[in-house]
Design a protein around this ligand. Structure first.
Ligand code: TYD
Length: 139
């Protein structure tokens, strides 16, 4: 596989149907995001000061959306880091494989929605940062 980098992780502007009755956003596999959605999960009731993530995925691709409120995503490919602030229901952050990510600065009541390209598989995780760095340095 081509070596990934934080430069491949970018904001995806999702369609927004503005309406006085309330706005609507939709996401289609392979159209707005470059993968088939196999799993959806969300983080909520995140206590102030808590951090999530702290791992990388070998193959998983994801789109991360601040459905409500805001938070920061810190991306790290072993060489470069990038911090992205998410605070719009119609903006998703595409995260490619082999990127260490940390989610922090959750606002009160925020909800983080994640669309994922595969089912949950613990074997797809790097949870040790030093191991992740070592693997990346040998790519
Ligand atoms: P983890 O991926 O470490 O959470 P985060 O990246 O949001 O901090 O997962 C936390 C726990 O939840 C871990 O025990 C695995 C479990 N889990 C599932 O069972 N299924 C899932 O789809 C996810 C994302 C996590």
């Amino acid at each position: 596989m081509t070596r990934t980098s934080v430069d491949l992780c970018a904001i995806v502007d999702l369609p927004k149907i503005s309406d006085p009755r309330g706005n609507l956003t939709f996401i289609e596999s392979q159209h707005h995001i470059p993968f088939e959605i196999q799993r959806v999960y969300y983080l909520y009731d995140v206590p102030g000061g808590a951090e999530r993530g702290g791992h990388a995925h070998k193959e998983l691709e994801q789109l991360i959306i601040a459905i409500s409120g805001s938070f920061d995503v810190v991306l790290d490919d072993g060489e470069n880091k990038k911090r992205v602030h998410l605070n719009r229901s119609y903006s998703g952050l595409y995260v490619c494989p082999m990127i260490w990510r940390e989610l922090c600065n959750f606002s009160s009541g925020s909800v983080c929605l994640v669309l994922a390209s595969n089912k949950y598989d613990e074997a797809d995780y790097y949870r040790d940062y030093d191991e992740f760095l070592q693997v990346r340095s040998h790519e």
